[in-house]
Structure formats: C-alpha cells, structure tokens
Ligand binder design. Structure first.
Ligand SMILES: Cc1ncc(COP(=O)(O)O)c(C=O)c1O
Length: 440
C-alpha cells in the first residue's frame, strides 16, 4: 500500500535505494545501467563526490535564502558561469525546474513587449512534436498532442508549425539544406497569418528530446529561423531544458547552429539531478528595457535561486569543465551511435538511429522502406523499455513519435562519465531488448 500518487495508479514502480556511478540499485539489489539519466538529468551519474560535498557545505552554511531579501555567493557565481558559457546571453533567472523556466520565458517576453511599447504582441508560436513542460503555459505552447488533449479547454491557444525532422519530412529531391530552409519558412508564413505585430515569440527545442526522439535540426534551419525572427521583431526562445548543459557535446546546443537566441532555458542536467533547478537566460537588451520601464520582472517563486540547488549546479558545471567531460560526450556519443548502427542498422524494425553527443534516438518502424510505423496499440516503446529494464538497463521509451499517436522510439541519454565498457554494455543490452521484443 502506498499513499504516493505514482506515475501509474495501477502499479507501484520498483524502489530505488542507492546510486553508484552510472548505475542505480533497487531494493532487491538489482543494478541498472542508467542509459537515459532518468530523463536526461543525471549527467554525472549518481554518486559524484564533489557535488555531494558542495551540497553538504552549502546546507551547513546556508541552506536557503529568500530572493526578496538576499542574494548569495553561489547564486552570483552560478549566474556568472552560465552567462559566460552561453554566447549572447547577459542575465539569468534561477528557478526550480524546466516548466518553470518556460513559464518565466513566456512572461518575460510578454512583459518586455508591454514595456517596450508593443503591447499587442501576445501570441507564441511553437512546433508540433515538441514538449516544453506540463504547467498550463508550457503545455499550451508545446506540440505534444497526447499530453495536450485532455487539457485543451483550459489552455491558452497555441500556434504550431511543422517540426524539422529530416528522417520523416525531407523530400527525396531536396538537399538537407533545402529542407532546412523549407521547414524554417513555415515560421514566416505563420507569423504573416497571425499578423507580425501580434507575435511575441517563437519557441523551439534546439535538439528535440522526448517527443520526437533526439532530433537535431537540418543544416541552416536555425539560421533561417533567426533571420525570420529578426525580420518581424519576434523573440527566439530556445528550450534547452533537455538538450543543454553539455548533453549534445557543447555547453549550449545552439552553439552548433551558429546563432544566438533572445532567451534560452535550461534544467535537467543543470545540477545533474542532485538538486532540482532550472535557469532562464536572456539577452541584456531584454532586462535593460524592463529596468528602464517598471524596473522589475513581475514574476517569482518561493524556491527560486535556492542556495543548495544553486551550489549543486555550480559544482556540476565545475565537474563538467574540470573533468573535460564534453570531450567524452562528443567521442562517446559518436562511438555509441556507430555501435548502435552496427548492431541495429539491419534490424527490420529499426528505421533511424540519430542524435548529437550523448542524446540519441532510435526510431522503430513496421517497414524500413515505407517508414510505416508499428501498430500503436502494441506500445513497442514500452515493451522495449521494459525488456531493457529486465536486462538491467534504463532507457526512455516514448510513443507518438510521428504525430502524437503513431510512431515509437527510445531515447538514450547516459551520464557524461560513461566509459567504453559501459558504452558496450548499454548497446549490447539495448540490442538484446529490441531483439526480445521485435524478434529478428
Ligand atoms: C524540452 C523540455 N522542456 C521542458 C520540460 C519540462 O521540464 P520539467 O519536467 O522539469 O518541468 C521538459 C521535460 O521533459 C523538456 O524535455
């Protein structure tokens, strides 16, 4: 009997009792290789001594200070570090999770336009097959049909354009660059349809995570998006809650797109799961306008800038930098994708292995040639996730990959400290799980 509301009300999950590097251990002593960091969170594994020590030290000195009264050394240090790692960004708001960062971004964009003398800008455009969080504002802009469906009547209207997914949407006669331009041009058409002076912001995951399964943008896609946003004075908000903090091999995923957003959100790996935290970063110009008008961002939460969470995040970023873990993300990421293509490339139900850094998606199909999806009723993603758990491997399975209803994929996002032997264990166990479920 449990009093907790678990993800499923039909069955309680296994009980985790201990973390050990890239492994988690349950109450029965079973060890699981954490191949997805929960949901791309645990980037340093589960027992990093420097992060644990930083949390102890902070709790013993000052666990919490309400941000209406005080700033702290750790908050100032973390804000400086984040800004220095994020090209074009000048200021940071520290929050407690991904959805909170999106709510704050939507409100910051809106308040900016109200105070900059463009109060008619109130619409947000996002992409289908995206996820920006479960709070109502974030859910409204998000493009995950399954997550949105029940809550339609209580959400604000959302405006969506097509995602940028080469595997599914690129035409045979197009180059990758041409496809990127075509996909991005949908934004211009949508802005013109809604009336440019009504649109506040466009929001997109730089590399799409859970909903579509580790999808990097086509070359030049975000450059064209940036041009369109500039042309119509629309904010570009990049959601790097999942793909940021080094997950794709650079601290910010957008560094690989040669653009700078107006705002970017981070969470998940930001304190590696040792504490809950999120961050909204923005250009100086945004806070400059508000400073000269009302003088304050009309937003806030009790736990924002939480000293202990901030200390954990600072230690996480120091570990990523000090241990040169982004090098490992890049090299392990390419070798893991190569291994997966080697072991699964010929499997009749594996349509695509994709991703960037240690952010990898494997999409399943019924037919490789036509890319027809498997029967959604089979819930293949769930079965593969379960079969992997039985092998002692955690991976993140998801359905609705194509349109919120059909399509299946698994997302792989292991800790950045993963070594070669563990990489082999991950790919072997995933391959075995897929063979168990799909045969062949
Ligand atoms: C891209 C993206 N944005 C926002 C969120 C919401 O973050 P949280 O679950 O911490 O509220 C998520 C969570 O999965 C995410 O993947």
């Amino acid at each position: 009997m449990s009093y907790a509301i678990h993800r499923s009300l039909l069955q309680n999950p296994a009980k985790a009792v201990r973390g050990d590097g890239v492994y988690m251990v349950d109450a029965e002593g079973r060890r699981f290789l954490d191949g997805c960091g929960g949901a791309a969170v645990s980037c340093l594994g589960h027992s990093h001594p420097a992060v644990v020590a930083a949390i102890h030290e902070q709790v013993e000195t000052l666990p919490y200070a309400h941000t209406s009264f005080f700033t702290t050394d750790v908050m100032e240090a973390l804000a400086g570090k984040l800004v220095n790692n994020a090209p074009g960004m000048g200021k940071v708001l520290l929050l407690s999770g991904g959805s909170e960062t999106i709510e704050a971004a939507l409100k910051l964009s809106r308040q900016y336009f109200v105070e900059a003398g463009e109060p008619e800008r109130h619409l947000y455009i996002a992409r289908r097959q995206s996820y920006h969080g479960n709070t109502l504002g974030a859910l409204s802009v998000g493009g995950n049909e399954w997550r949105r469906k029940k809550f339609g009547p209580i959400m604000m209207p959302g405006h969506h354009i097509a995602p940028c997914i080469e595997y599914r949407e690129m035409h045979d006669e197009e180059t990758r660059e041409e496809y990127g331009q075509r996909a991005a041009n949908e934004l211009e058409a949508k802005i013109l349809e809604l009336g440019p002076s009504n649109v506040a912001a466009f929001i997109a995951e730089t590399v799409v995570g859970a909903t579509a399964g580790g999808v990097p943008p086509a070359p030049g896609y975000f450059k064209r998006i940036r041009e369109i946003c500039d042309r119509y004075g629309v904010h570009l908000i990049l959601d790097e809650v999942m793909c940021g903090t080094g997950r794709t091999g650079t601290m910010m995923a957008y560094e690989q797109e040669s653009i700078e957003p107006d705002m970017v959100t981070m969470a998940k790996g930001l304190a590696a799961g040792y504490q809950p935290i999120g961050a909204l970063l923005c250009r100086d110009e945004i806070t400059d306008v508000i400073r000269q008008a009302s003088g304050f961002f009309q937003h806030g939460h009790t736990f924002m800038g939480h000293a202990t969470a901030v200390a954990a995040s600072l230690a996480t970023l120091n570990a990523i930098e000090g241990e040169r873990l982004l090098d490992n993300v890049q090299s392990r990421g390419s070798s893991m994708r190569a291994r997966l293509r080697e072991s699964l490339g010929d499997h009749p139900n594996v349509g695509d292995v994709r991703g960037r850094g240690l952010f990898i998606g494997v999409e399943f199909v019924a037919d490789k040639e036509s890319k027809a999806p498997l029967d959604p009723a089979e819930k293949t993603h769930n079965k593969v996730q379960k079969a992997a758990m039985e092998q002692g491997l955690m991976i993140y399975g998801m359905g609705g990959t194509i349109d919120g209803r059909s399509g299946d994929h698994v997302l792989i996002a292991p800790p950045y400290i993963i070594n070669e032997e563990q990489e082999a264990e991950l790919t072997d166990k995933l391959t075995a799980a897929i063979h168990t479920v799909c045969g062949a």
